[in-house]
Design a binder for this molecule. Structure first.
Ligand SMILES: [Zn+2]
Length: 227
């Protein structure tokens, strides 16, 4: 504003102050972009001091309607659990696409999934790459600036057995796994210091305690960004 006043003192035309006023408006929003005050991390990744997160909710999650029933139920239950426990709508499940085909096609060239602008749920039973053999699932998140633009969840059904209702000694609780991966989609990182967190990187097998309840740290972290 002080820049505007100094220059305006020398003006003779009435049109020029208007132009300067517009310039100063853009200048201030531009400066704001450069000098945004740093945000608390709150267990999110950060870009230039800002939490990396979605600008708009809900996130459309695309899922192949030809996928198996266990997977559909587990995703739906995990989404419902997050919504109920946090009293906010993060996801909108969209059925009817065939994302797994795109994944398998892209897999041969590199260990990443094809970016198609859609956040998808992928169930891979045959083409999981050897270097990620021990991983139960991978979530790939892409962002521009501090804005997430796509996040894909890929489940390793080639090496793991899963269950939803009745625990299997050698199986993985699929609902717990999806709650974890879906919170990666939202932007949360692993939370190792809280053994109760659903974002703990290790999910035990079988009949051991399942991780279906968001901890107070999980909720507080989400609140930082998506109040
Ligand atoms: Zn994880």
């Amino acid at each position: 504003m002080s820049i505007f006043l100094i220059v305006a003192d020398d003006l003779v035309s009435m049109k020029t102050p208007l132009i300067l006023l517009v310039c100063s408006f853009f200048l201030s929003s531009c400066l704001e972009g450069i000098f945004l005050s740093p945000e608390e991390g709150c267990n999110f990744s950060q870009y230039k001091g800002q939490r990396v997160a979605w600008n708009n909710l809900p996130i459309n999650l695309f899922m192949d309607d030809g996928t198996n029933e266990l997977q559909r139920k587990a995703v739906t239950e995990a989404v419902d659990a997050i919504h109920k426990q946090h009293n906010k709508i993060f996801f909108n499940i969209v059925m009817g696409v065939t994302p797994s085909l795109k994944w398998q096609k892209a897999w041969g060239n590199s260990a990443t999934i094809e970016q198609d602008g859609k956040s998808g749920i992928y169930w891979i039973s045959t083409t999981w790459p050897k270097q990620f053999h021990s991983k139960q699932a991978i979530t790939r998140t892409r962002w521009r600036g501090a804005s997430i633009i796509e996040a894909d969840v890929i489940i390793n059904a080639s090496a793991y057995d899963f269950f939803l209702k009745v625990a299997k000694p050698s199986g993985v609780d699929l609902k717990s796994l999806y709650i974890h991966e879906l919170l990666h989609v939202v932007g949360l990182k692993h939370i190792k210091e809280d053994p109760e967190s659903v974002m703990n990187p290790v999910l035990p097998y079988g009949a051991q305690p399942q991780r279906r309840q968001l901890s107070s740290i999980d909720k507080a972290s989400l609140d930082c960004e998506y109040k």
